[in-house]
Design a protein around this ligand. Structure first.
Ligand code: AMP
Ligand code: MG
Length: 336
């Protein structure tokens, strides 16, 4: 069910993500709609004159993606995962095939750091649950078994819309990618409907285009070490600002804090970086890249960013040290 929350107290996290954008928005001519989607709050900021039917279309489309692409709730991806486990062929819709093929391309581009076939491992670590409860770590033997036959989307065989997995351990999980695809879809749909100034926030991942008034959108990047912002930046044209962080979703397992982003090479939570923000015109690429660079870690994120074609990146490590690429020089405020 899509929930409208006109009176919801704005959660600090989402407020921070949008704070500056909202400040700049000339409120008299702005429309701000809010729903709960993708396990978090979604905000859509539009010119007041936007037809209600167009905004409704956006929400309907986002809601359909949210329901169908969640691997852990009954829906299309869940059914595919059951078929893979049973060694059965299954059928995808054209939209799901393009999601899977897009994710497979991101896996290749990221040299496997972003692995959308990682659902089995995500389940072993218990990061699929809505609530992150403390507990024991998964057994080393379980992780070792996954690592002996590491799943990859390259193991999927297609015949038209029919697919099967050569690897029975393959479980799709689009938690690191679907929001980016949804952001791109929503902005495309708005542009086709004649709206060229808009901002969409999906749980702190943003895509914006145009400008709310005289000035561009200003969006915030959360400070992983405190309640404030690490930086803000003005968006340019159509741009997504996507952050992967190890500070928000984690479980305390055997007394240790374990982050929900897993390194497919070790089968364990990715150590090293606490936050990676990617700014790019494609939200799907930014989403996959942010996850991949967090996995790559402090030593390897720069060459991987280059290989993935993302040139605007801000990273924060466990010591709170910040680094950014040349493309963000002069764009971050306060300068980092
Ligand atoms: P994000 O916040 O975009 O980095 O996505 C994190 C989510 O992606 C996790 O909650 C998992 O569902 C999934 N995930 C974890 N590790 C990986 C990985 N190495 N590659 C792809 N998806 C991952
Ligand atoms: Mg991601």
């Amino acid at each position: 069910m899509m929930t409208t929350l006109p009176t919801l107290r704005v959660q600090r996290r989402q407020w921070l993500a949008l704070a500056a954008g909202l400040c700049l928005m000339p409120l008299a001519s702005a429309r701000h709609e809010r729903r709960v989607l993708f396990g978090s709050t979604a905000d859509l900021l539009l010119p007041e004159a936007t037809p209600a039917s167009l905004a409704d279309d956006i929400w309907r489309g986002l809601q359909a993606m949210n329901e169908r692409w969640n691997a852990w709730k009954p829906g299309d991806v869940h059914l595919l995962n059951q078929a893979f486990a049973a060694g059965r062929p299954a059928r995808a819709t054209p939209a799901l095939r393009s999601l899977i093929q897009g994710a497979a391309a991101m896996e290749r581009l990221s040299q496997g750091h972003f692995n959308p076939g990682i659902g089995g491992l995500v389940g072993q670590w218990g990061f699929h649950d809505d609530v992150m409860r403390p507990g024991p770590r998964p057994a080393a033997a379980e992780i070792a078994a996954w690592l002996t036959a590491p799943p990859s989307l390259a193991q999927i065989e297609w015949r038209g819309l029919e697919l099967r997995s050569r690897n029975p351990l393959l479980r799709l999980d689009f938690g690191g990618y679907a929001k980016g695809v949804a952001l791109d879809w929503a902005l495309d749909r708005l542009q086709r409907g004649g709206v060229h100034d808009a901002l969409l926030n999906l749980g702190g991942n943003l895509a914006a285009m145009g400008r709310p008034g005289q000035r561009p959108w200003r969006v915030g990047v959360r400070d992983p070490q405190g309640p404030g912002l690490a930086a803000t930046l003005l968006t340019q044209g159509r741009e997504a600002v996507v952050t992967s962080g190890s500070y928000e979703r984690f479980r305390v397992l055997d007394g240790q804090r374990c982050c929900h982003i897993l390194d497919p090479r070790s089968g364990r939570p990715a150590p090293g970086l606490v936050s990676v923000t990617v700014v790019h015109p494609s939200a799907a690429l930014a989403d996959a890249a942010a996850t991949a660079l967090l996995v790559a870690g402090p030593e390897a994120w720069r060459p991987l960013a280059q290989a993935m074609g993302v040139d605007a990146v801000l990273v924060i490590d466990q010591q709170g040290r910040r680094q950014h690429t040349a493309a963000l020089e002069g764009r971050l405020d306060p300068p980092v």
